[in-house]
Structure formats: C-alpha cells, structure tokens
Design a protein around this ligand. Structure first.
Ligand code: NAP
Length: 255
C-alpha cells in the first residue's frame, strides 16, 4: 500500500517539527514547509533516513502569495496528491494594548496566521476536492476561543482561523474532505521567543513553574485526528496544560 502524504507548514520548529517526526514514524511521506531551508533540509534527510519515508522541503514565506504558489507548483510529481494538510505556520508578535500596539506586529500576524493559511489552502484544497479525499488540520489556539489581556490582534487572527475551520468544514464535507481544528493552550516552543522579538529570558519566564504542553502533545492530537476511520471527523480539539484552565490563569509552583 502507498504511504499517505502530508504537507505541514511551519515544520522547521515547534509543533510543526514534532508533527513531522511523529507522522514520519507512522509512515507518512512528508512535504515540509517554512522559510528556514537549512533546518528543513536537515529534518528531511533525518526523517527519510530514520523512517524510510519520502520527504521534500518546500521553502516559502507564507505571507508572499507568489512565493507560496511557485514553491507548491515546483514540487515533484509524488507531492501532487496530498492526503493531509496541516496548516500550522503562525506566530504571535508583541503583547501590548491596542493603543500602544505596533502596526508591523499586527500586519505580520494577520498576514501569516490568516492570509498565509488561506494562500496554502487555496493551492492545495482543489485537488483534495477533485479527488473526494483529504484532511485539513488547522492549528488555531485557545486564543481563537477566548480573548486574553493584551492578546487582541493575535486572538483576532486565531478567531479568524476558528471561523475558517468551520467554513472549510461546511464547504469541504460534501466532497468527503475532513476538517479539524486544534486549539492548544501554552506549548513550550519558539513561540514566546518570537512573540518577544528574540528576548529569550522573557520568553523563558512564560513557561516557568508549571508543566506546559510539549510540541509532541499537539502532534499526538493531530495524529489521532487524521488516523480515525474516514467516516469520523474530529471537528475540534481544545488541549490545555492541566495547570492552565483558561488562558489568563496559570497555577505555578512556588520556587
Ligand atoms: P514556533 O516554534 O515559533 O514555530 C512556528 C513555525 O511557523 C516555524 O516553523 C516557522 O518557520 C513558521 N513560520 C512563521 N512565520 C512564517 C512565515 N512568514 N512563512 C513561513 N513559515 C513561517 O511556534 P509553534 O508554537 O510551534 O507554533 C505553531 C502554531 O501553533 C502557530 O500557528 C501558533 O499560533 C500555534 N499555537 C502555539 C501555541 C504555543 O503556546 N506555542 C499555542 C496555541 C497555538 P520559519 O521561521 O522557518 O519560517
């Protein structure tokens, strides 16, 4: 039997990288997308060597629709039939009230989390609908369900992902294409380093004193959703650290 093929955006770090590893371990051929070519090339060779799956790096800045379209058009033939699309690339940039917000941060988040997700989905979903087969997994966030202090624009982008997840399900289900939304709470990745523009000390504090989620926990949920029988659609999974019941509360241990 042929392996299934998964296309994962944001595969050079964090949740995307962990998902690539777990899917390779489970026999998926992989197309791994991000901007950092060196990281993707290394991951591709490691995974094909370790698990004997096909891998292909796909380099683009997801905010640039021409780059996205060209990179996907140039993929080799085996990459044309994608079974699973994991729309994972995304970021938070900054954490401040709207009156003090940085317009560049806002544009980066909107362009990456909303427009970028749409550019990739627009390229890959038509072939799924034509074949009457496929699964789109959208990585939203608990920030797409509940707004937290100073999260304003990031939360808005993830509420948009929540809306797009629902919209895709309405539009794709008649062609038997499944659509799943994943809504994680705090996961320790490069996320906070990116949010605080490279301030690693500030980012580290976010995860101190409690057991945050690990990227593998989210990869595990993605694997669960995509390995159900085809008549089962996991609409949504909200996954939180036990110590974080809602975005604004984290129970930290005394140090
Ligand atoms: P991460 O470790 O910072 O990884 C983000 C990934 O997105 C990287 O591979 C990055 O690759 C890619 N990316 C960012 N901007 C891009 C661009 N312009 N073009 C192409 N790729 C881009 O963060 P993560 O925590 O794994 O985040 C993955 C997803 O989970 C995001 O959508 C995030 O919003 C969501 N999420 C995270 C958390 C959390 O607490 N960590 C919680 C809920 C939801 P390059 O830099 O190489 O391009």
């Amino acid at each position: 039997m042929m392996n299934k093929t998964a296309f994962i955006t944001g595969a050079s770090a964090g949740i995307g990288e962990a998902t690539a590893k777990l899917l390779a371990q489970n026999g998926f051929d992989l197309i791994l997308a991000a901007r950092r070519k060196d990281r993707l090339d290394k991951l591709c060779s490691e995974l094909s060597e370790q698990f004997g799956v096909k891998t292909q790096a796909c380099i683009f800045d997801i905010r640039n629709k021409e780059e996205v379209a060209n990179a996907i058009d140039q993929l080799p033939a085996w990459c044309q039939k994608i079974d699973v699309l994991v729309n994972n690339a995304g970021l938070a940039s900054g954490l401040s009230t709207i009156d003090k917000g940085d317009l560049n941060d806002w544009e980066t988040m909107i362009d990456t989390n909303v427009k970028g997700l749409l550019y990739v989905t627009r390229k890959i979903s038509p072939s799924m609908l034509e074949r009457g087969h496929g699964h789109v997994v959208n990585i939203a966030s608990i920030a797409g369900k509940e707004v937290y202090a100073n999260g304003n624009v990031y939360c808005s982008t993830k509420f948009a992902v929540d809306a797009l997840n629902k919209a895709m399900r309405i539009e794709f289900s008649s062609a038997h294409v499944r659509v799943t939304g994943i809504y994680p709470g705090a996961v320790e990745t490069e996320f906070s380093i990116v949010r605080f523009h490279g301030d690693e000390a500030r980012a580290k504090k976010i995860y101190e004193g409690f057991d945050s989620l690990l990227a593998h926990d989210i990869a595990d949920a993605i694997l669960y959703a995509i390995t159900r029988p085809t008549h089962v659609n996991i609409n949504e999974l909200i996954i939180m650290p036990t110590a974080q019941p809602v975005p604004g509360i984290i129970h930290r241990k005394e140090s």
